[in-house]
Design a protein around this ligand. Structure first.
Ligand SMILES: NC(=O)C1=CN([C@@H]2O[C@H](COP(=O)(O)OP(=O)(O)OC[C@H]3O[C@@H](n4cnc5c(N)ncnc54)[C@H](O)[C@@H]3O)[C@@H](O)[C@H]2O)C=CC1
Ligand SMILES: O=C(O)[C@H]1O[C@H](OP(=O)(O)OP(=O)(O)OC[C@H]2O[C@@H](n3ccc(=O)[nH]c3=O)[C@H](O)[C@@H]2O)[C@H](O)[C@@H](O)[C@@H]1O
Length: 459
């Protein structure tokens, strides 16, 4: 099928490349010229495991192309994906101006023939109908520009389209795997024709042709109305964030009563009603989605006069949790002024270069506020030259240089490389070999044998 994906960030580029890989003809549109030039030269502007390889293959097979020309994209696609960002406004509300600009642009360029406009961006509930309205506004704008040469009124532009909400559930760092191995595909629309086209589009994924387990059961396709599909997205992220805040609260109680949250998580996770995933206690959740999506749902509820007691607690537990590493440093070092702390990891989770709302950024701010010198090492950020939000942080190029002279290390991101470091050598070069393991990721006994005082979260 002919597909256009508008917005080539973590979601749009992965979606475009994966759809090209399963055989569709994809045009990706982005209004960032620099990004488009980079992609046209075969390079991915973001790091995501496996993405570059699939992108190179799709370009070679002429299944994908990149452009800044929205009109060309709209003309090409039978299915048009909107995958631009919806960042939070200071009020917590989702900023939908990029979605609006794209929807209007689509309207200004819609041609004859039926099209499906798909909202893949995470958008406030009710956005499906709103996008339809904005697209029609775009069509009306174009209509105004049409003046027949002989005067009179121009023929009415005829457009035929449906809007579908197709929320995305991929995780950064495993986005390609998640796209080919989804737990479900959610399609919200008021039009049967649009749903049928979306089912055709995803058929190779639904039948597990590209899954790791090709003999697994077909992927469930959940068909809903527009509002419910949009709500599924927010409710999923809010539930997962709540699950993490829950285990973090349990971890804080464990710390006080002398239990080990990693053992507790194993004990409760084996109950199939609870499930073992997303029970990893630590320094709190971050990233570009959980924080903004939970706040956006709280904001939507408040528009209706509803107070979200549980979600408010999810957020406040996380706010406190983001201070946990600092509290533990204070317990171990007492005075932080004049001390040097090294951070192992900066990104909000491993296998991504994404620093949006990363817990490391809060920790850095608080350490600076208390007069501490901050050094850091991150497998991707150290090499990339990206220093946004990292002024006054000494970014080292290897973990041993990081440890040298530090009063404590904090493991901020659970990069798997951090399991195999030469901790004995690192401990020897430190002023004070303290390890705050913010992700309960390292082996306490091994660290102690290497000479560290080891402090986990809730254990
Ligand atoms: N990052 C993630 O893991 C996930 C994100 N989402 C949602 O997907 C949406 C996109 O998120 P990301 O990919 O992270 O965003 P991003 O910020 O990485 O990418 C957005 C892209 O849209 C482009 N763009 C902005 N305005 C444009 C316009 N008028 N025309 C063409 N391109 C335009 C930007 O240049 C950028 O390349 C958001 O709503 C997000 O909540 C959903 C699931 C996962
Ligand atoms: O809407 C989105 O953008 C995406 O948000 C999350 O994906 P992502 O933010 O990429 O990463 P996660 O693996 O969910 O981790 C989010 C945060 O929670 C933390 N986390 C995760 C799991 C856990 O057990 N404990 C924990 O503290 C991570 O360290 C990270 O800071 C969801 O998992 C995806 O399904 C969703 O599509």
């Amino acid at each position: 099928m002919r597909v256009c994906v508008i917005g080539t960030g973590y979601v749009g580029l992965v979606t475009g490349v994966c759809l090209a890989h399963i055989g569709h003809q994809v045009v990706c549109v982005d209004n960032n010229e620099e990004k488009v030039k980079l992609m046209q030269s075969g390079q991915s502007p973001i790091y995501e495991p496996g993405l570059s390889e699939l992108m190179t293959e799709a370009i070679r097979e002429e299944k994908i192309s990149f452009t800044t020309d929205l009109e060309a994209g709209v003309q090409h696609g039978e299915i048009l994906f909107i995958a631009v960002g919806t960042p939070p406004l200071p009020t917590g509300e989702s900023d939908t101006r990029y979605v609006e600009a794209v929807a209007r642009g689509i309207g200004e360029h819609l041609t004859d023939g039926y099209k499906v406009i798909v909202n893949k961006s995470t958008v406030p509930i009710g956005s499906g109908d709103w996008v339809r309205m904005i697209v029609l506004d775009g069509v009306a704008e174009r209509q105004k520009t049409l003046v027949p040469s002989g005067g009179g009124t121009a023929t009415e532009i005829a457009v035929d389209f449906d809007v579908v909400s197709n929320p995305e559930f991929l995780r950064e760092g495993s986005a390609i795997f998640d796209t080919f191995n989804p737990d479900r595909i959610v399609l919200g629309s008021n039009g049967d024709r649009a749903i049928a086209m979306m089912k055709d589009l995803y058929a190779p994924i639904v039948s597990r042709q590209f899954s790791e387990d090709k003999s697994g059961p077909t992927v469930p396709v959940v068909v809903t109305d527009l509002n419910s599909a949009e709500m599924v997205k927010y409710a999923s992220n809010a539930f997962l964030a709540t699950k993490i805040s829950f285990i973090n609260e349990v971890a804080n109680i464990c710390d006080r009563v002398g239990a080990d949250v990693t053992q507790v998580a194993q004990g409760i996770g084996l109950d199939s009603r609870i499930g073992s995933r997303f029970l990893q206690a630590g320094i709190g959740w971050g990233g570009s989605c959980f924080p903004k999506d939970v706040l956006a749902l709280i904001h939507t509820a408040s528009d209706y006069g509803y107070t979200t007691d549980l979600l408010n607690a999810t957020v406040s537990v996380n706010k406190r949790q983001r201070m946990i590493a600092l509290e533990k440093l204070q317990q171990m070092l007492k005075i932080l002024k004049g001390k040097t702390v090294g951070l192992l990891g900066l990104t909000f989770k491993p296998d991504t270069d994404d620093m949006r709302d990363a817990p490391a950024l809060d920790l850095i701010d608080n350490l600076h506020r208390l007069g501490t010198k901050v050094k850091a090492y991150d497998p991707l950020i150290s090499q990339s030259g990206m220093r946004h939000g990292l002024s006054n942080v000494i970014v080292e190029t290897d973990p041993e240089l990081l440890a040298d002279g530090c009063d404590a290390l904090v493991l901020v991101t659970d990069w798997k490389q951090f399991k195999g470091l030469d901790y004995a050598k690192m401990a020897k070069s430190m002023q004070n070999p303290v390890m705050i393991d913010g992700r309960n990721f390292l082996d306490r006994a091994a660290l102690q044998a290497a000479g560290f005082q080891y402090v986990g979260v809730g254990r």
